[in-house]
Design a protein around this ligand. Structure first.
Ligand code: CP
Length: 300
């Protein structure tokens, strides 16, 4: 593993190895050493969890970091190209974590510079480190990744986390329900990949009938910032709102995940229910990102 760009390029063995590595890091069975290494955190798009959990992960591993949050105080503002920014940063840093609004930007970065690139989100395309922490959260709560029934709910077209997670889970024989407004459905290329692998999925608009069957519900935000017309966002923004009443008939092992940030798609009175796992999910991101950095930087 030289870079982490897309879950499509991560094998089942790599996934299982990263899960075990994250577990060993969380339980302190191992303590990979990143001292003497410097990570660059280049966030061309806003972030709270990904940015700060990567920063935390680097520091917990004993490494150092420097950050860019948005472009207003960098020379991108003066018209510097992405290529020149990356070439420059790669003279300073030993690896680069990058979020960018353009699909394919992380792949471009990996083809432009010699240091490892970790994709922290590229437009509507991929968010592989989120998928890995989602898998870690699912494995911790379910004891397995195999044969689970999972609903992905919300903006499945523009939300990149579900693309990476659907690809990652497809190695483990899931049954998927994809619940979205009709024009925010899972992209056809992801559905084609699932069909090729023989993965069962059904597209639904109403989630009520499927809730008693679910092991996992993965709720996502409607991606307001990616709508060209605000009126179109207003029409669908409240398409799914998860309340305690919605969760009345869930299975005992059921958990509710959300990559966060949420807007209003899960009401705050759900937070105290035993199914609500989204803040622990965010915490798991630190262990998984420590594992990813350790593997890419060949510390283990
Ligand atoms: N889940 C996630 O990517 O959150 P941030 O946008 O805050 O990094």
């Amino acid at each position: 593993m030289e870079n982490l760009i897309s879950m499509r390029n991560v094998s089942k063995n790599d996934i299982l190895e990263l899960l075990e590595l994250a577990r060993q890091i969380e339980t302190k069975e191992i303590k990979p050493d990143l001292s003497g290494h410097l990570g660059a955190l280049l966030f061309f798009e806003p972030s709270t969890r990904t940015h700060f959990s990567f920063d935390t992960a680097i520091k917990k591993l004993g490494g150092q970091s420097f950050s860019m949050s948005g472009t207003s105080s960098s020379s991108v503002k003066k018209g510097e190209t992405l290529s020149d920014t990356l070439m420059t940063i790669s003279q300073y840093a030993d690896f680069i974590v990058m979020r960018h609004k353009v699909e394919g930007a992380a792949r471009f970065a990996s083809e432009t510079v010699d240091v490892p690139i970790i994709n922290a989100g590229d437009g509507t395309n991929q968010h592989p480190t989120q998928a890995m922490l989602d898998l870690y959260s699912i494995h911790k709560t379910q004891g397995t990744l195999d044969n689970l029934t999972i609903a992905m709910v919300g903006d499945l077209r523009l939300g990149r986390t579900v693309h990476s997670l659907a690809q990652a889970l497809s190695e483990f024989n899931p049954t998927f329900y994809f619940a979205s407004p009709s024009h925010l459905q899972m992209p056809q290329y992801i559905k084609d990949e699932l069909l090729e692998k023989g993965i069962q999925f059904e597209e639904v608009e109403d989630i009520k009938p499927i809730i008693p069957q679910l092991d996992i519900m993965y709720v996502t935000r409607i991606q307001k910032e990616r709508f060209a017309v605000l009126e179109d966002y207003e029409k669908v923004k409240d398409a799914y709102i998860i309340t305690p009443q919605v969760l009345e008939k869930v299975k005992d092992n059921f958990i509710l995940l959300h990559p966060l940030p949420r807007v209003n798609e899960i009401t705050t009175d759900v937070d105290s229910m035993p199914y609500a796992y989204y803040f622990q999910q965010a915490k798991n991101g630190v262990f998984m990102r420590q594992a990813i950095i350790s593997k890419i930087m060949k510390l283990v």
